[in-house]
Write a protein that binds this ligand. Structure first.
Ligand code: SAM
Length: 292
């Protein structure tokens, strides 16, 4: 059995199962490639030259075990493998935080083009979970200092492990904070991917999502509580010329109906994803009272 054949067989098994995609992949082939490449330690850019490489019996048994667990337990693959790819970087991933999948990754690796005139010196990843967004920003901007803030100490423990993994503990810090509560000073950029799933939507989610921390998903006020709070508070934590990038996901329509007079700028992503807005400190200040 070679790598290409294994990927085809696994993809067919996934197609015949009830599994749901949405944690970094959206189809059975990508899910099979992710599984095989991670377990065999083959990078994606080497896959085309290594696809005829034979898989020995021990490795094939290990792969099969993981395939069966993915199908029967319905756990996201990132939790089974302990690893997730995000913005081209590898992160430790487990049940202490959501599986990273924010489309904001694309904006970060493109250096926040076209929004910033200068490289950001101070960046906040608010609701950071395992730290994927803020750490990616720190890797893209090697002169920046980054704060990762979350209310959940378990998620921050994972973020600390990811900071160590990337060797950037001298300029990336975790802070336990209920939104802005324990934050000080001002930032050039605030990135925030807060919870935005309403309680009623949560009950209907596929099993894969129910294995993630509920604290990372669910939010009051039809999913808008955190977004409105962040829109209202961010101006005070941004430098002049600063930028807020906020993911609200499928609560986008509700937010537009709640703020009909504000021209919200929704970002488009080459690699897919929706419900992310960018707004300047100037606009946040101008429209401040509307967010109350
Ligand atoms: C959607 S997850 C985002 C995680 C990560 N930024 C990502 O993109 O994968 C939301 C995060 O918000 C955190 N959170 C929930 N309530 C919070 C609060 N009041 N203050 C700060 N963080 C909170 C959760 O612990 C969770 O890690």
């Amino acid at each position: 059995m070679d790598i290409r054949e294994a990927i085809e067989i696994i993809s067919a098994k996934f197609d015949a199962s009830d599994i749901f995609y949405g944690h970094g992949t959206d189809n059975s082939i990508d899910e099979a490639v992710y599984l095989v490449c991670t377990l065999l330690n083959v990078s994606y850019d080497q896959l085309s030259v290594k696809q005829s490489q034979k898989i020995d019996d021990d490795d094939y048994s290990m792969i099969n075990l993981m395939v069966n667990r993915r199908i029967t337990e319905r756990k996201p693959l990132a939790y089974l493998l302990g690893a997730a790819w995000f913005g081209g970087y590898q992160f430790k991933c487990d049940e202490r935080a959501l599986v990273p999948r924010s489309p904001i990754a694309e904006l970060v690796i493109n250096g926040f083009e076209p929004f910033l005139e200068d490289s950001p010196k101070r960046i906040l990843d608010l609701c950071s979970g395992g730290g994927c967004l803020g750490i990616t920003a720190a890797l893209i901007f090697p002169d920046s200092r980054v704060d990762l803030a979350d209310i959940d100490l378990s998620a921050l423990a994972l973020a600390d492990e990811n900071i160590q993994l990337h060797g950037i503990q001298d300029r990336v810090t975790t802070i336990e904070s209920d939104l802005f509560q324990h934050l000080e000073g001002t930032y050039d950029v605030i990135i925030a991917n807060p919870p935005y799933v309403s309680e009623s939507e949560y009950d209907g989610l596929p099993i894969e999502y129910l294995q993630e921390p509920k604290l990372g998903l669910v939010c009051d006020q039809a999913g808008l509580e955190f977004s409105l709070n962040i829109l209202q508070s961010s101006a005070a934590y941004l430098k002049d010329g600063g930028l807020l990038v906020l993911e609200v996901g499928y609560s986008k329509g509700d937010l537009e109906r709640r703020l009909p007079h504000i021209p919200l700028l929704w970002l488009e992503f080459k690699h897919g994803g929706d419900g992310v807005l960018a707004i300047s400190k100037q606009e946040l200040t101008q429209f401040g009272s509307s967010f109350l």
